[in-house]
Design a binder for this molecule. Structure first.
Ligand code: Z5A
Length: 210
């Protein structure tokens, strides 16, 4: 049996990394083989591209999307697909929706270009479940600031981050079967509870543990 592919998406400070850790630990404690990974990155080559994409630039939006998809292609080919094929559940902090939200909705990349790059790089791979952690921009920026400044996306203004948030919500609305919007304003445990219950729908045995 192949594994399941779960992605976490959302703006900065929404709690993706924290909840991805909890989710991977819970799946593992439920007896499932689990791989937790992130984008851009996950493999040595993709992590090298991450450095370029996040800490160099600014890039032309198409070039930036190509960097994200080059890293993703490497990650999918060398890590995600082999893991799924081996029956491993993959929990990934950000995936292709981030490119549509940040480079597409945020920076104005034509959505048709995103589609072409996605077709080329992913060859039909789609997450089984995407958890979109939704948080007002100001709250996310405050959380990220408290944690300490990081990459150049965090330096972009409120308008940019509002377009990204709207983009994630539009993506979720267009694909309600795949995407679940999680209200990330709540405390850590409440957010985790919502994630656990939604994920449990992927497998009857998990529903009992949720
Ligand atoms: N990017 C892109 O442009 N295109 C792409 O295709 C891809 C990515 C894949 C990756 O940076 C950047 O790359 C990202 C988009 C761009 N840029 N931004 N911004 P990253 O992976 O290094 O950063 P991030 O994804 O934005 O992660 P983050 O800012 O660390 O946010 P998070 O993972 O969602 O949150 P967290 O680390 O779990 O939590 C942040 C803080 O909030 C931390 O102190 C927590 O303890 C706290 N927290 C979390 N949840 C709560 C709740 N519920 N209540 C209170 N406090 C909380």
């Amino acid at each position: 049996m192949t594994g399941r592919f779960i992605t976490l998406e959302g703006g900065e400070g929404a709690g993706k990394s924290t909840q991805a850790r909890r989710l991977a630990e819970w799946l593992s404690a439920s007896g499932l083989p689990v791989l937790r990974t992130r984008e851009p990155g996950g493999t040595p080559g993709a992590e090298a591209i991450r450095e370029l994409a996040l800490f160099r630039g600014p890039w032309d939006p198409v070039a930036e999307a190509m960097l994200m998809f080059a890293a993703r292609r490497e990650h999918v080919a060398k890590m995600i697909r082999p893991a799924l094929k081996a029956g491993i559940w993959v929990v990934c902090d950000r995936f292709a929706d981030s490119t549509l939200a940040y480079q597409g909705y945020g920076l104005g990349l034509d959505h048709g270009v995103w589609r072409r790059l996605a077709d080329l790089a992913l060859e039909g791979l789609t997450p089984d479940l995407t958890l979109v952690l939704d948080l007002p921009v100001e709250a996310g920026m405050a959380r990220a600031e408290a944690r300490g400044a990081n990459n150049r996306f965090e330096m972009l203004g409120t308008d940019f981050h509002q377009r990204v948030r709207d983009g994630f919500l539009a993506i979720a609305e267009a694909e309600p079967e795949r995407c679940a919007v999680i209200d990330a304003r709540a405390g850590l445990d409440e957010v985790w509870s919502a994630i656990r219950h939604r994920t449990a729908r992927l497998m009857p045995a998990l529903a009992e543990a949720a």
